[in-house]
Design a protein around this ligand. Structure first.
Ligand code: BYC
Ligand code: FE
Ligand code: FE
Length: 474
């Protein structure tokens, strides 16, 4: 499954043999590059960046490292190998062969899923566009750019499916993916979290820890799809996603580490004194965590969703690790507990699992999110400090689904509006918090140097030293 790098679009899908498709994608390519130049990393068109590029989809050896000027990055189309005799693992078509083309009756739903997935990729690049101007180190700047080029490639992955399998309206959707803009009042991105700002690097690390993890879970659900090209392309995307979540987890960990060092050196947990010392106090980190977690859990959609039931039963979107589950994979008679407010409390009520599949995926995401928070707490514990970070309750600060009508504290108590207003500044980042974090965001680009508020990583990229020249400015 080596990648053909000889043409203008690197690929392992035999593009050279399909002239019409190749022409259509070559027509889209300059529009993508134009979008990258105007909406991609600000002021970075001439930098040489130490990036990894996919050269094959094999498990050991897909990545090659070297300096690349980002507009010349070889964005390409990489699908995992087709499995001969693959069958659909769930839903009404369980046991039937997977589809290599789009079944007519599922066309509209598949297109919608692919467009929604595709829309998040350029959205995140737009959200992160300005961060290069305030990077805390060359190492971090390189990681930002690596994430950005791979999100650009994820857009290519979805655009390939639209062009290859959806004809004229697929081509129109591919163009529209380049015209919506994150946060734009008239042409916003499709999902809520992708219209929020990523104003500073603490927000970036929280985003890559939590929101890229939504990416992992949605991609895992799509990797089960009965539509084989979608499954195969998302399987390869998942190998890239792991690095994005690493950037987030290690980034927050290094921020926490610096804060703990300052707390010990100054013998204080007073936010004002710590801020004075140029580090981010733990309560502010907790408020950022609360914000990004709650905005991200909204991305899983409504807790009761007939769309989710249809996607599953049609064989379009499975569950996380579908084949590892012991049930019948049809779920007609299965139930799932959903929380609802009753007598001022959240209590579990059984709902049909098919309609609750967004919640099933959200709960799997929540379990997976705990790990990194535990490792951040290990950093605090090792420093001998008693504070701990916690995930807020999933009903906290929701905009989507039945919790959107409730006020719920991070601890999970249903509260009234007055109690919410009285406490919201302790729970979510305030204007003053954001202004303080922004005030720390200076640009540090001397190799091996790091901003005051973040510890260096323990190891560099691809076994390079931490003070390696990860980005060369031209
Ligand atoms: N914001 O029945 P429901 C990633 C709408 S991240 C705004 O629950 P459904 C990445 C919904 O459209 C992964 N609107 O909807 C990470 C619907 O509208 P209509 C992205 C929302 O379809 C970092 C209505 O509410 N991939 O890759 O079952 C960096 C009813 O809701 C939102 C995917 O999401 C929202 N948050 O569930 C870069 C996978 N949520 O039709 C990249 C594909 C819901 O009533 N998407 N609505 O007007 C899906 O599977 C589904 O569309 C969703 C939504 C699970 C997202
Ligand atoms: Fe992505
Ligand atoms: Fe990602």
């Amino acid at each position: 499954m080596d990648v053909d790098y000889s043409g203008r679009i690197p690929n392992n899908v035999g593009l050279a043999d399909d002239r019409a498709l190749q022409r259509a994608l070559l027509h889209w390519q300059p529009h993508f590059v134009e979008w990258w130049r105007s909406m991609g990393p600000d002021g970075a068109l001439m930098h040489d960046v130490y990036l990894r590029t996919a050269v094959s989809v094999d498990r050991d050896g897909w990545a090659q490292f070297g300096y690349v000027r980002m507009p010349d990055y070889r964005w390409g189309i990489f699908l995992n190998p087709a499995q001969p005799d693959a069958v659909i693992h769930f839903g009404a078509h369980k046991g039937e062969p997977v589809w290599h083309d789009v079944p007519g009756e599922h066309r509209a739903n598949l297109r919608r899923i692919i467009v929604t997935q595709g829309d998040t990729e350029p959205a995140s690049v737009e959200q992160q566009r300005h961060l290069g101007n305030t990077c805390p180190s060359l190492y971090d700047l390189r990681n930002l750019y690596q994430v950005n080029v791979e999100e650009g490639r994820h857009l290519w992955a979805m655009v390939y499916l639209l062009h290859r399998h959806f004809g004229r309206d697929g081509r129109e959707e591919a163009e529209a993916l380049l015209t919506r803009r994150s946060g734009d009042a008239d042409h916003p991105r499709i999902l809520g979290a992708f219209n929020e700002k990523t104003p500073d690097w603490l927000a970036f690390f929280m985003f890559t820890y939590f929101t890229d993890r939504d990416g992992k879970f949605q991609l895992c659900a799509l990797a089960e799809s009965g539509f084989a090209p979608l499954a195969r392309t998302t399987q390869f995307m998942l190998t890239e996603e792991a690095h994005h979540m690493f950037v987030g987890e290690s980034g927050v960990s290094r921020v926490v580490q610096r804060t703990c060092q300052a707390m010990i050196a100054l013998k204080t947990d007073d936010p004002a004194q710590l801020r004075e010392a140029g580090v981010i106090d733990l309560p502010t980190i907790q408020r950022y965590l609360n914000f990004h977690y709650s905005v991200t859990v909204d991305l899983f959609g409504a807790d009761r969703s007939s769309n989710a039931a249809i996607f599953y039963t049609s064989g379009l979107k499975g569950r996380f690790e579908e084949t590892k589950r012991a049930d019948d994979h049809v779920l007609q008679d299965a139930g799932y507990p959903l929380l609802a407010a009753s007598g001022g409390k959240l209590v579990a009520q059984e709902a049909p699992m098919l309609n609750a599949l967004n919640e099933v995926l959200r709960d799997d995401f929540a379990k997976d999110s705990v790990g990194g928070v535990g490792r951040w707490n290990k950093v605090i514990e090792k420093a001998g400090l008693p504070q701990r970070l916690v995930l807020p309750h999933k009903a906290f600060n929701r905009r989507i689904g039945s919790f959107a009508e409730l006020r719920v504290s991070p601890g999970g108590e249903v509260i009234d509006d007055a109690a919410w207003q009285a406490n919201v500044d302790r729970w979510l980042p305030t204007v003053a918090d954001r202004a303080f974090v922004a005030s720390l965001m200076g640009r540090v680009v001397e190799p091996g140097k790091f901003a005051s508020w973040i510890a260096p990583p323990s190891i560099g990229i691809n076994r390079q030293p931490v003070d390696f020249e990860y980005v060369r400015f031209n």
